[in-house]
Design a protein around this ligand. Structure first.
Ligand code: 13P
Length: 249
């Protein structure tokens, strides 16, 4: 039985004070025991977030990392640096990183390998763009993304992989995949993992949905058989909205 997961991707939002305020507000009620709840604040606030969440079930994760462990890469953050402050989970391949920082499935494959070498759990994001959906190419797009970035992994490595299907046309647009659209493609993703590996592995992988998840639509999306929770952007910046979403699982 896969445990539901709800992760808040804070992106380029919240200064130090706002980060602390939001964490305190999130912790004002107990985190339900049937869901893993994660937040991804900015790098600069990870240490503070770790301190504030110590002894709680709220998990603090990073939004990105470099494929290299050290070296001449000005402005970058490594898995080793994250490990050293107790961060052992990272989001990789977000569509904004693909669009604005030229990340590709091939370059992400390197990041995945480095993250695994550092025993990190990975939320791997992928999903089609609007024109690809309109051309009904979404199935082949996600298949290719997964094949390139993840399908060379050993089966054992999949215990560290959480998938986040995020159709680019639904991110920050207010437009959401319908629960049926989400279920259809999540089931397809699980099927191609089963074909590449086996059924047991495919059934063990958590597949999150991301893209304009709000308190009003979370329950209907999360109730789909192959949707194991969500990766939340805008609504994760408001404590009441984020709580309502992770309480919808
Ligand atoms: P929104 O929830 O703001 O659409 O963002 C989704 C997202 O990009 C999460 O990573």
């Amino acid at each position: 039985m896969r445990k539901k997961i709800v992760a808040g991707n804070w992106k380029l939002n919240n200064d130090k004070h706002e980060t602390a305020q939001l964490i305190v507000a999130l912790l004002s009620d107990p985190i339900p025991s049937d869901v893993r709840v994660m937040i991804a604040p900015a790098f600069t606030h990870l240490v503070q977030a770790k301190t504030l969440t110590e002894g709680t079930a709220l998990e603090v994760i990073a939004q990105n990392m470099n494929a290299a462990t050290s070296g001449a890469y000005t402005g970058e953050i490594s898995a080793r640096m994250l490990n050293s402050i107790g961060i052992n989970q990272v989001i990789l391949g977000h569509s904004e990183r693909r669009a604005y920082y030229n990340e590709t499935d091939l370059s992400l494959k390197e990041k995945v390998v480095t993250a695994l070498e550092h025993d990190m759990e990975i939320i791997f994001c992928f999903g089609e763009e609007l024109d690809q959906r309109k051309a009904e190419k979404h199935f082949e797009v996600v298949k290719s993304q997964l094949e390139i970035a993840l399908f060379d992994l050993e089966p054992a490595s999949w215990s560290k992989i959480i998938l986040a299907y995020e159709p680019v046309w639904a991110i920050g647009t207010g437009e959401t995949a319908s629960p049926e659209q989400a279920q259809e493609i999540h089931a397809y993703i699980r099927k191609i993992i089963a074909e590449k590996y086996d059924n047991t592995l495919a059934e063990s992988v958590s597949i999150l949905y991301g893209g304009s998840v709000k308190p009003g639509n979370a329950a209907s999306i999360f109730s789909q058989t192959d949707v194991d929770g969500g990766l939340i952007g805008g609504a994760a910046l408001n404590a009441n909205d984020f709580k309502a979403i992770f309480q919808s699982t």
